[in-house]
Design a protein around this ligand. Structure first.
Ligand SMILES: NC(=O)C1=CN([C@@H]2O[C@H](COP(=O)(O)OP(=O)(O)OC[C@H]3O[C@@H](n4cnc5c(N)ncnc54)[C@H](OP(=O)(O)O)[C@@H]3O)[C@@H](O)[C@H]2O)C=CC1
Ligand SMILES: O=C(O)[C@@H]1CCC=N1
Length: 287
């Protein structure tokens, strides 16, 4: 049963939205110390809700107005719906929070782009922390960036951090605009890695390997190289040079990547994600 450091009482988390990221967090939390009776989910899509109930045994609540806060300080609401739906849901939640008074829950938003000042305004509530997890949370290997402004208590920061640490590592940023960068690097990052895997595997297939062998080679290489880099104190560039024999095969591949400006291309892609997160904050914060 998951309790939070320095507190005895049990944490209860209500998810609003149990889609891709909600599911990844729920699965990761259950595998890492939480029990099903500590989690409830409000999910608009009936099939998605049924699948969560059957896979994880969590309680599915039909609608927002059925949330029963237990008025404990360890009551948490994770908002895991699309950013475009956020203001509507937050305004609906506002009435419930008013009833909860000063013991309203900690709100942990994982929505890309949505800023603390806007969610606090829609919710009329200041116990809000912004988080950006990623889907490797599903296997307990996520990383979550966190931001809270100075009005949030250290107990609430500890609570938010402990929840996110149940599914991987956490880092705090001290300026909210850096959440756009976190989103661009690690929130969206798994997609870049999966795209790289797809390309490495299909390259192997085009060179004549069967799909299974190409997949095995690509996945093991990514896993091994990542582990090597993780365990090494040296810069990834040094590790790259060690693979690159003068006049050899790696040099030929890296020369092609250089001609195609691959490094700068990836940096541009990550910059686009950063910019989009910021734009979403501007666009969606207006409502
Ligand atoms: N996917 C990722 O890798 C990451 C996503 N995020 C953030 O997480 C949030 C969710 O993303 P993701 O899980 O991918 O999105 P999904 O669309 O997969 O999940 C959202 C779920 O919420 C449901 N929903 C919509 N409106 C409501 C409502 N009013 N009440 C309850 N449930 C509702 C949706 O149902 P329906 O499909 O019927 O609309 C859907 O099942 C986003 O804000 C995103 O920015 C953050 C980090 C990583
Ligand atoms: O693509 C998105 O907008 C979300 C945020 C980070 C990952 N998925």
């Amino acid at each position: 049963m998951m309790t939070i450091p320095q507190q005895d009482s049990q944490v209860h988390i209500t998810f609003i939205g149990g889609g891709n990221m909600g599911r990844a967090l729920i699965s990761g939390l259950l595998a890492n110390g939480f029990e099903a009776n500590q989690l409830s989910v409000i999910e608009a899509n009936a099939n998605t809700g049924l699948a969560l109930q059957s896979d994880f045994g969590v309680q599915i609540i039909g609608a927002l107005d059925q949330i029963a806060f237990n008025f404990s300080l360890n009551n948490v609401v994770v908002i895991a719906i699309k950013p475009q739906n956020f203001s509507k849901v937050a305004k609906d939640l506002n009435a419930k929070l008013k009833k909860a008074g000063s013991h309203g829950p900690l709100i942990l938003s994982i929505a890309a782009g949505i800023r603390i000042k806007d969610m606090s305004r829609w919710l009329d509530h200041t116990r809000c922390v912004r988080a950006m997890p990623n889907t490797p949370a599903l296997v307990g290997k996520g990383i979550t960036g966190l931001y809270a402004d100075s009005s949030v208590s250290s107990a609430d920061k500890t609570l938010a951090e402990a929840i996110c640490q149940a599914v991987g590592q956490t880092v705090w940023v001290n300026e909210e605009k850096l959440m756009d960068a976190v989103t661009a690097v690690s929130g969206s990052g798994p997609a870049y890695v999966f795209a790289f895997l797809e390309a490495l595997q299909s390259s192997g297939e085009k060179l004549g390997l069967d799909a299974g062998t190409a997949r095995q080679l690509a996945y093991a290489t990514l896993e091994g190289a990542t582990q090597l880099a993780h365990n090494s104190e040296e810069h990834a560039g040094v590790l790259r040079e060690r693979v690159t024999s003068k006049g050899g095969t790696t040099a030929a591949a890296l020369e092609t990547l250089k001609q195609l400006d691959w490094h700068a291309t990836l940096e541009k892609a990550v910059k686009s994600a950063n910019q989009r997160s910021n734009e979403m904050g501007d666009e969606l914060g207006q409502s």
